[in-house]
Design a protein around this ligand. Structure first.
Ligand SMILES: Cc1cc2nc3c(=O)[nH]c(=O)nc-3n(C[C@H](O)[C@H](O)[C@H](O)COP(=O)(O)OP(=O)(O)OC[C@H]3O[C@@H](n4cnc5c(N)ncnc54)[C@H](O)[C@@H]3O)c2cc1C
Length: 473
């Protein structure tokens, strides 16, 4: 029996028949090896599916001893190829969290929930709601992404401007280290200044420093009042001006502020059933606004700010949802955009952030830069503008061959990211580095920053078995 076969037998014996999917299991392994958009197809000896932190620790220990790489995987909805294994110098296994799905406890008085890494984000939200509380992390993939993946990518989503990114929602972590030991840092404390804040190292590390097996998360009071509005605007400059006005008037009650340009709304309505533009006229720019809180008066605030904005020419028209269904219909436009883009042909993507004051200049400058290279491109600019985060995705010119268009991917990325970096922004606002953005990381981060990152990697994973080929080249 070869060394690899030995390891497989060992893990299979440990986890039982439900706990291992091997190459011999045929198509069952395929979804674990393929990145969401098919950009990467990986290879692995198999998929380990532990059902407890102890089992996960044993799997890592076995792999560490045999020099086998371990790629952690949650819902595999990440968009940078981070969760797909690549056998470089080490053969690899996937360690899936899809059987680590227990909600261990809810402490309503402490406003915390402790969940295993494989709990689907929507199930964390549901468990919090059943306890009368709110877990505010919310994103398009919430029905399939898992909390371990959310923390490992430091996911953002639609409520960052009020509650912060995933890292702001974590009080404690349980992590399997690269040598198979378990660090139990599952504390539920809002104040704990006892040395380095180790949990923050593993959050956003994309599985390159250890495997998160459980987390203690912050919960919040559930808002009793939610007001949703859709504003039609002359352009992105006005959309950012309106955001400033809303933030000033509503303070901490701004739950979400999303923008969508005309093209984004058009394709959402054209390609996704049930999605429609509520305005009679077409407008160049839309903003989706959500206020939420415990007190009445939010609707009046929204009405006042929007009416003033229309008087001042900042907005052209606005509609405030009369009921939950109408609010959901506004959100449906925003949520339909990624699917609509797929159906519209080739799309070159950028997930970037710039200071709030530079969102409009960025979109203008980047659009002009790309139009100069390839006339007819169709920018689909949408996203979390209240965080300065724009999904600046560029659909192919009409009639152009898709493959020929996608050959511009690297060139477009370089041009757009150069503009972003000149503006003090980030070339990856939400999705991390994975495999896709490693080149950008080396291009834009300083040597000092890369050295610090490498030093941490060496300290925590000296043999380089934790998700090799991700973040680092
Ligand atoms: C339609 C759609 C909308 C999206 N919207 C957003 C959005 O608004 N904001 C946003 O931030 N992202 C968004 N994403 C991207 C994606 O959903 C997030 O990155 C999500 O957090 C990934 O979770 P996952 O469980 O799918 O992780 P995976 O894709 O399985 O893994 C992601 C990374 O985390 C690592 N990892 C996974 N589990 C663990 C673990 N237990 N321990 C250590 N490392 C682990 C993996 O190795 C990989 O590097 C969207 C994706 C889609 C398809």
């Amino acid at each position: 029996m070869s060394a690899n076969e030995n390891v497989i037998t060992h893990i299979r014996d440990l986890l039982g028949p439900k706990g291992w999917i091997g190459a011999e299991d045929g198509p069952a392994i395929a979804p674990y090896l393929r990145e969401e958009r098919g950009l990467y197809i990986g290879s692995a000896l198999g998929v380990a599916r532990p059902s407890s932190a102890d089992e996960a620790a044993h799997v890592v220990e076995i792999c560490a001893e045999a020099g086998i790489a371990v790629t952690a995987q949650g819902g595999n909805t990440g968009l940078v190829g981070g969760g797909v294994p690549f056998s470089g110098e080490h053969p690899a296994i996937v360690l899936s969290s899809d059987r680590l799905t227990r909600i261990r406890s809810i402490d309503a008085a402490n406003r915390t929930i402790t969940v295993e890494a494989g709990v689907i984000l929507a199930d964390v939200q549901k468990a919090a709601a059943e306890a009368g509380l709110l877990f505010p992390l919310s994103l398009g993939a919430e029905g399939s992404c898992r909390i371990g993946g959310n923390l490992s990518t430091n996911a953002g989503g639609v409520h960052v401007l009020r509650y912060g990114n995933a890292r702001d929602l974590v009080l404690g972590l349980e992590v399997v280290l690269a040598d198979g030991r378990v660090w139990d840092g599952l504390r539920g404390l809002r104040k704990d200044n006892t040395g380095y804040d180790l949990k923050q190292l593993f959050i956003g590390a994309e599985g390159t420093l250890g495997i998160i097996t459980a987390a203690t998360l912050k919960l919040y009071p559930r808002p009793t009042v939610v007001e949703t509005a859709l504003a039609a605007l002359p352009g992105i400059t006005e959309a950012m001006e309106l955001f400033g006005r809303i933030a000033e008037a509503a303070g901490g009650a701004v739950n979400a502020y999303e923008v969508m340009n005309r093209f984004a709304v058009d394709i959402a309505c054209r390609h996704v059933e049930g999605v429609r533009d509520p305005f009679a006229e077409t407008h160049p720019q839309y903003a989706l606004i959500e206020l939420a809180g415990q007190t009445d008066g939010l609707r009046e605030t929204l009405e006042r700010v929007l009416a003033q904005a229309i008087d001042d020419g900042v907005a052209v028209d606005a509609v405030i949802a009369e009921n939950i269904a109408q609010g959901e219909a506004f959100w449906a436009i925003r949520e339909a955009i990624p699917e609509a883009q797929k159906r519209e042909g080739g799309s070159i993507k950028h997930d970037v952030s710039v200071p709030l004051s530079l969102v409009a200049p960025f979109i203008d400058k980047a659009t002009q830069a790309l139009e100069a290279v390839l006339p007819g491109i169709r920018p689909c600019a949408f996203g979390h503008a209240g965080d300065g985060n724009i999904h600046f995705n560029i659909s192919q010119p009409q009639g152009m061959d898709k493959d020929a268009y996608l050959e511009h991917w690297q060139d477009f990325n370089a041009r757009v990211h150069d503009i972003v970096m000149e503006m003090g922004g980030s070339f990856s606002a939400e999705h991390g580095i994975g495999r896709l953005k490693r080149g950008d990381m080396y291009r834009y981060k300083s040597d000092v920053e890369i050295d610090l990152m490498r030093a941490l990697k060496r300290a925590l994973d000296p043999d380089g078995i934790m998700n090799p080929g991700k973040i680092f080249q």
